[in-house]
Ligand binder design. Structure first.
Ligand SMILES: [Zn+2]
Ligand SMILES: [Zn+2]
Length: 376
């Protein structure tokens, strides 16, 4: 067991980095083996000082110690290294700490040490180890028309990706059976190497981090457990899907090496803008240019909806240009069984040619301006 590093260095819990460094230099000089030849207790102290400094000089390690106490480094580093060898209850990769992204590999190692110190046993890594590594997620984009988004559609994607080797059932072995645990690393995929007084974990040279020893490799996948294959995936795109939506097909990504869980397949759906209909949330907006009389007197027009239905729409008398008429329930599917609304934005068409009779009628409407050409 490591001693309390603050006590070993004789510094306060809130000591600054400079104070810690000073204390370390003082003690390391004092207990250096060159100055204390043959002195076993000095040698022991020298190790303790180095261990303590190793923790406190590194902000991440120091934080881990502050949080987990002695348990954070027990059985892992320094003088007691070796005690935990082969007994790593965590397979590497079989237990993921999500520290909020970024490269926190160092912290992960520390926490793995910390958890080990807490004595978390079976259930995490036994038999799991590297074989629990997940396959990669895949991402593709699909572009559909607004009408496809209305009805929902199925899109077929063709691509090549790693799939489980059928010959060996993903085990990578010639006989297709689970490979025996690597004796060198005890199945952890890692071995402890010494660097000075400190133990560091390095990938097992025997199994290259796999944790299993494949004597005779599967000829189809050369022991990897996966082969590349052309695949076809039918992507079901639900009715009402929004532009920019991301669909997830669980387990449809790449196969994991040596029988782990497959990754997921993500599909980003883009919806092409439509010439006639503009989508606003679950509503649709279209334009209709009507003649003056229909707007003034009221009437009925026939429109074609996005789902190719003919629809009669009543135009109230006195409808203004730019007004939006709402037709309930003829928008996009909401995905919850309902539909948005359709809005018709009203425009006008002015006739370019009029008969004498029409001219007369319009002039009468305007108030007898027949003789006053260019009056306004
Ligand atoms: Zn190994
Ligand atoms: Zn194979």
């Amino acid at each position: 067991m490591n001693k309390n590093p603050y006590e070993v260095l004789g510094v306060a819990r809130d000591a600054s980095d400079t104070d810690i460094k000073k204390a370390y230099h003082k003690l390391v000089m004092k207990y250096h083996p060159d100055k204390n030849p043959g002195d076993k207790s000095a040698e022991e102290k020298f190790k303790e000082v180095n261990n303590a400094f190793d923790i406190l000089k590194d902000p991440q390690k120091r934080a881990a110690y502050d949080r987990f106490g002695d348990a954070a480094f027990a059985g892992g580093n320094g003088a007691s290294a070796g005690a935990g060898m082969g007994g790593n209850p965590f397979g590497n990769g079989s237990f993921h700490f999500n520290m909020g992204g970024g490269d926190m590999g160092g912290m992960e190692d520390i926490l793995r040490e910390a958890m080990r110190g807490f004595g978390f046993g079976g259930g995490f890594g036994e038999g799991g180890q590297h074989t629990n590594m997940r396959g990669r997620d895949l991402l593709d984009e699909v572009v559909i028309d607004l009408k496809d988004a209305f009805f929902g559609t199925t899109h077929t994607i063709k691509f090549t990706s790693a799939v489980k080797c059928e010959k060996c059932d993903g085990h990578g072995t010639a006989d297709g059976k689970t490979a025996p645990t690597c004796k060198t690393c005890g199945g952890t995929g890692y071995v402890h190497a010494r660097q000075g007084f400190f133990a560091v974990e390095t990938p097992c040279p025997e199994c290259h981090g796999l944790g299993k020893k494949i004597d005779k490799k599967c000829s189809a996948c050369d022991g990897s457990g996966t082969v590349n294959k052309q695949r076809t995936l039918d992507v079901k795109i639900p009715a009402g899907i929004m532009d920019g939506a991301r669909l997830r097909m669980a387990g449809m990504g790449e196969a994991a090496p040596n029988g782990g869980e497959a990754g997921d397949f993500y599909i980003d759906v883009r919806v092409r803008p439509d010439k006639k209909f503009e989508r606003i949330g679950n509503d649709l907006l279209m334009h209709a240019d009507l003649d003056f009389t229909t707007l003034a007197l009221g009437g009925e027009i026939e429109i074609e909806t996005l789902d190719d239905k003919k629809l009669s729409v009543k135009i109230p008398n006195g409808t203004q240009v730019g007004e939006k008429l709402r037709v309930r329930g003829h928008g996009m599917p909401t995905g919850r069984g309902g539909f948005g609304d359709l809005y018709i934005e009203i425009g006008i068409v002015i006739p370019k040619k009029l008969s004498e009779k029409q001219k007369k009628a319009l002039n009468e409407f305007a108030g007898n301006k027949t003789e006053k050409k260019g009056w306004f």
